[in-house]
Design a protein around this ligand. Sequence first.
Ligand code: EPU
Length: 372
Amino acid sequence: MQEQAGIFSDVAGEGPGLESAPASAVARPALAIERDVNLKAYNSFGLPATALRLVRIRSDADVRRVVDHPELGRAPKFVLGGGSNIVLTRDVEAVVLKMEIPGLRLLETREDAWIIEAGAGVTWHEAVRWSVEQGIPGLENLALIPGTVGAAPVQNIGAYGVELKDRVEAVEVVDLVTGRKVRLPASVCAFGYRDSVFKRSGFGGLAGKSVITKVLLRCPRPWTPMLGYLDLERKMAETGITAPDARQIFDWVCDIRRAKLPDPAQIGNAGSFFKNPVVTPEQCRDIIGRDPGIVHYPMPDGTVKLAAGWLIDACGWKGKTVGGAAVYDKQALVLVNRGEARGAEVVTLARAIQESVYGRFGIRLEPEPVVV
Ligand code: EPU
């Protein structure tokens, strides 16, 4: 974090509301280190792997206690949110920090926005549902995305025309070396398509160096419904509702997702397995010449985004399996666990898909989840 000092503002002390009590007012229980923990229930793919050491983080203070701990302080860390964007292929030797920081409240009502403060451990969909129920519109297009609030900025989740970056005021993190808390305004989070400073390791990246403890969400006022996505336009045409409120859009998004995406509680998966590739207009013209039906979206910068699901589908992958891993039969972009899949099988299936798409279209698909 040092190289970026100066653009971050230090946050003094704990913010009110999220902590159950000031650390000084209650006796701190000893930091509980759980050993040899089965992670199957803690990753949405339901893949088997063991955490050699796991610590539950329920407050910023817990992170600092890990940092100060004689055994854990200097050990590598692995931050686990809802486990919805990882493929576990082996046991995890790094100390797993399981993020369980609670808290959800309207922090501020400004003229230009509502600011919601959410703890990293809150389930993302709960935060969306809560905001809609409070009459705060703005997050409805992001309903039912699996995972936690703390994981949402890492890959800049997005759906139906809205990305998290459009709704972030700031992200609070605790540095895993110094224990210092900093509030990062959205402008320094380097948000990109399913990417951010929190996902990147190496110079300037924060992966493994700090942990997200709180997210401040910004819902702009006045609210503008985002209805430009084909699936939502269809809903409007079907129902005749041309001016839906946020609750209606929330319900539509839930319906659309339930119809084509598997529920991780029933069928293990990590959402879209590959990013939608971005190509030059020349590459796109070349592919259209060969495959006129290809689904593509011109981007504002002149590039063209291709639907990876369409490419995979066109190569005949729907329903195909490798051991316990399979391509979901209603959405080829999603890989699923048929029951007892192992991480290695998911990776083998993903590589075979990449090769076949490359062979036919000359396009390299990039995985969205992090392979551990
Ligand atoms: N398609 C096919 N066959 C398939 C899958 C898709 O032909 O098997 C076609 C669809 O008919 C459609 C196009 O491909 O014309 C795009 O499909 P869809 O609308 O389902 O969206 P997507 O591009 O596959 C992206 C996000 C999703 C997000 C939806 C809605 C990525 C990698 N995925 O999927 O995000 O929910 O748009 O906005 O950007 C996630 O990241 O985990 C995720 C689920």
